[in-house]
Ligand binder design. Sequence first.
Ligand SMILES: [Zn+2]
Length: 118
Amino acid sequence: MKPPVSGKDKDEVSRMDEHTPRQRIRALLCEGDWSTRDLAQCVGISERQVEEHLQHIARSLARNHTQHLLVLPSRCVHCGFTFRDRKKLTKPSRCPRCRSEMIAPPRYTIRERDNKQR
Ligand SMILES: [Zn+2]
């Protein structure tokens, strides 16, 4: 006699196990753009862990000929100033133009490489 285990529940658990957090992050990045906080909430890990996964994803995509990791820069919510020249990926604390501290964090997305034209 088999114990009464619900087959459906078991399948759902094993499906979740198939995807590591990094694979799930990568899948999310292919669908849209996300801040580290968004990704942390979706995948259920800390923002710090998300940042580590992003570094690995960026490194592996550096050798990828069809896709790349794009960083959309931090932006001032108050005046719309974008921190384009910022080298660091962390969120700036204050807008240099209007001094607002309401800064939208950088967002990450995976885009197709635009190398078909040349
Ligand atoms: Zn501003």
